[in-house]
Design a binder for this molecule. Structure first.
Ligand SMILES: Cc1cc2nc3c(=O)[nH]c(=O)nc-3n(C[C@H](O)[C@H](O)[C@H](O)COP(=O)(O)OP(=O)(O)OC[C@H]3O[C@@H](n4cnc5c(N)ncnc54)[C@H](O)[C@@H]3O)c2cc1C
Length: 444
């Protein structure tokens, strides 16, 4: 209930920030020489588009309060959706002006004879937003490496917002009164602050908190576990299921960072070790991670995320995982065991081959220490396999869940098909929606 209320408040605040520049412009605009209604609508579309774009930075700036209310992956999805909505408003701005009779050539071609600083910055911002959305929607088709795309995305976003700001200020009409000036100065300051905080101040803070690799061990399922310890600081407190952004390199100013769930138990004593288990899914996880040597330095930004058994209480837990989605669930199971919690935990774990089941032996050992039932589901079982075959499904769940399953808390993490299947299976089984919590690994 409290989380829902926080969600509503955050969303209300977001809407307020989207419409604030528009409302201020309408209320405080200079009365003389009011343009036609169509131009006013075009300007309104531009304002809303700009505010949405500027807020895109805030959505992915890891603001803990907002993430706590919605979940980090939901915020990321919202960020993706709002990018497209912002593009719609931004495109409406020149199109409506064109319908009104503005010479579009001067606005879209910064080299046209009739172009000036106002039109050139508008064109720059418009093209930057277009490229931003195209490279995000079709990154894989364009064969852009994730790391390259991250850099392009940041630069284009900066160009778009700065271009739009210069555009407003050179037009002047909407920056003439004090109220309007205050709104623009506050927006620009917050915007610059978020960039400086994320790109400069945060790395400086992390620089004083290095971590060192203690072990890099091979796991089943083409994965590796990096065990790391804090150096010269106490580390961090985390809830089982949370993740951290990992950076490797000589300084925390390195550009590439990867979100990885903590796979070890929570309640670590000050200075204690934590572990991350990483599956080979691409360049970084397949080449850089296996090459990590004990003694190497790493930088962590975390903990983040609200996908945790600590945040949801029930009669017991049903953990549903597939592939490397097991990592946050394994951390939860270990923590429940370490705390001596006797509530039942049902783990439905989908894998392809028996030999590829990450933490297979560890889970067997854990069953001795806690009330844990592990149900392996293999999509490519070996001969003689007597367990579940195929994928985790409504039928598999019904065969193993105890009678009181509707009072359990469900935590799901795995590949998209598993998540989608569970979104249908659990309501069909009558599990209340507020008992179901998910985390997707493919935010981007
Ligand atoms: C909250 C969260 C927790 C995660 N926990 C784990 C975990 O415990 N173990 C694990 O193996 N994987 C985890 N992942 C996935 C992991 O971040 C990516 O698989 C990893 O970054 C792949 O990088 P790559 O360069 O090797 O692969 P690439 O081939 O470059 O990328 C594969 C895909 O991974 C995603 N990805 C790549 N780099 C990033 C990045 N810097 N930020 C966000 N997404 C990226 C993109 O969708 C990309 O298409 C988690 C992801 C999220 C969002």
């Amino acid at each position: 209930m409290r989380i829902m209320l926080r969600g509503i408040l955050w969303f209300g605040f977001y809407l307020f920030l989207v419409v604030l520049p528009l409302v201020t412009a309408l209320v405080f605009r200079p009365a003389r020489n009011s343009p036609s209604l169509l131009v006013e609508i075009a300007v309104a579309a531009g304002f809303v588009g700009f505010a949405l774009m500027a807020l895109e930075f805030a959505l992915i700036s890891r603001v803990k309060g907002a993430a706590g209310a919605f979940g980090e992956d939901s915020l990321q999805l919202f960020h993706n959706l709002m990018g497209v909505v912002a593009l719609g408003f931004i495109l409406a701005h020149p199109l409506l002006l064109f319908v009104h009779g503005y010479p579009l050539g001067c606005w879209l071609n910064p080299w046209a004879a009739c172009a000036n600083q106002t039109t050139a910055t508008a064109a720059l911002a418009l093209y930057a937003v277009l490229l931003l959305v195209v490279t995000s929607l079709w990154r894989k088709k364009l064969r852009l490496k994730y790391e390259t795309w991250q850099i392009i995305h940041g630069v284009l976003a900066l160009v778009a917002v700065l271009g739009a700001l210069v555009h407003f200020f050179t037009i002047g009409r909407y920056t003439t009164t004090n109220a309007l000036r205050i709104v623009w100065v506050v927006y620009s300051t917050v915007f610059v602050y978020l960039i400086v905080w994320n790109r400069l101040l945060k790395p400086i803070v992390h620089w004083r908190r290095p971590w060192q690799v203690v072990e890099n061990r091979v796991e089943r399922g083409d994965s590796r576990t990096l065990v790391i310890k804090p150096v010269g600081h106490v580390g961090f407190d985390f809830e089982p299921g949370q993740f951290a952004w990992i950076k490797m390199g000589r300084t925390p100013f390195t550009i590439g960072q990867h979100p990885i769930s903590i796979s070890s138990a929570a309640d670590v004593p000050p200075g204690g070790e934590v572990a991350f288990t990483i599956k080979n899914l691409g360049d970084w996880s397949g080449q850089r991670v296996p090459a990590v040597q004990p003694g190497e330095t790493m930088w962590l930004d975390g903990p983040h995320g609200v996908f945790s058994s600590d945040r949801k209480q029930g009669m017991g837990y049903v953990l549903i995982g597939g592939g490397v989605g097991i990592t946050p669930l394994y951390s939860m199971a270990q923590t429940i065991a370490a705390r001596g919690d006797v509530r039942p935990v049902y783990l439905f774990y989908g894998s392809r081959y028996w030999d590829d089941v990450t933490f297979r032996e560890e889970l067997e050992a854990l069953q001795e220490r806690m009330n844990l039932h592990v149900i392996h589901v293999l999509s490519a079982p070996h001969e003689g396999w007597t367990g579940e075959v195929g994928y985790v499904s409504q039928e598999v769940l019904s065969r193993h869940l105890p009678a009181q399953y509707k009072r359990f808390v469900y935590l799901i993490c795995g590949p998209d098909p598993l998540m989608d299947a569970m979104e249908e299976a659990l309501p069909a089984l009558g599990v209340p929606p507020d008992h179901v919590h998910t985390e997707r690994f493919n935010m981007a």
